[in-house]
Design a protein around this ligand. Sequence first.
Ligand code: PLP
Length: 404
Amino acid sequence: MSFVSHLECSRTGARTAHDAFHTISDAGAPLLVRYDLEAIKTALTKETLAGRAPDMWRYLELLPLASRDDIVSLGEQMTPLVPLSRMSRELGAGEILVKDEGRLPTGSFKSRGIAVAVSMARAFGVKHIAMPTAGNAGAALAAYCARAGIESTVFCPDDAPETTIREIAYHGARTYRVNGLINHCGQIVASGTAETGWLDLSTLKEPYRIEGKKTMGLELAEQLDWELPDVIFYPTGGGTGLIGMWKAFEELGAMGWIDGKRPRMVAVQSTRCGPLVKAFDAGHEEVMEPWEPADTLIHGVRVPKPFGDRLCLATMRVSGGFGSMVDDDGVIAARAMIAREEGVHLSIEGAACFVAYRQELEGGRVRPSDRAVLFNCASGLKAELPPVQTCIDRNKPVDFTKFA
Ligand SMILES: Cc1ncc(COP(=O)(O)O)c(C=O)c1O
């Protein structure tokens, strides 16, 4: 039995019954899943939760699935909080914790949202799902659809990371490179829906991916013993994580599981694609025009105009957060530096969060006493690494003086 009470239009508040796989609201806005939180409070205690398996399904009451039997899983274990202790010392900063989402199946946090959405789709009898992707979401969709026996079709920008494009195809999705950006891929998916009958699983065009992403916030709260950090840096493209985590904190607050303290939510974007930061700084409630040219190498944030722009901007604002644009070259240098000095292999998006943190610490929007959580949303191994040119000829004497 699920604790879902209804679906709600994020713009008008209008209610929709939770009786089929709904996509967007009648007003054309994202739908949000609402729960009977009072009933959950009675059904679930922190003590019961503590005894459950360390995976994202431990929060089942706060997820839309009607039964455990509906779960499509590849083993979504809880992800660790890894301190960047040396960086903290060198910067004279407070605690910097990396939430390492690269440990999840398919190597990224996309597993969380896609696992819930595909589970719901299968429960509602969906046979075919399509999606535009910067890479990681498509890889997760292909894998979870393979698991669920659902057909998948994925469209990605032709310059998306090669590893993820191949990963998508390898899991059996029909995979297409599109000579454009993610919004162009999204237009193809939307325009094919009537003819193909596929389900459009684009970011926020259905209500369930956000519920899966919400588990990042639930998990973070539980790992920090129900005291939220001061600030969260999140690499923001479509914004599901930002919105999902905030939703988690609101639900935990309404259940009385956390106090009134909330983290400032910082949307990290690039100087080469920063539509949310620009809109936030201009005091707008939505992104007024698509960012151009969106040529950042931080692929996860290369979304010129997110569909959930209003929800992202509202989250940044009500949390007392802000947006931070980072320079791509600085991100690439920081990623290499952290790999060498901390042993932590961040994705480019994760490194972007570190650079944003560092610049905001210098600029004073983050205090040295703040406990900060940076989201590393994917495994560093997804991105290309510099080649190694040093060789040894085993038939010649080795000059060990250079190792001394
Ligand atoms: C590694 C990585 N980080 C961040 C993002 C952005 O995530 P969201 O759509 O939740 O803003 C993506 C999305 O593609 C991603 O793959």
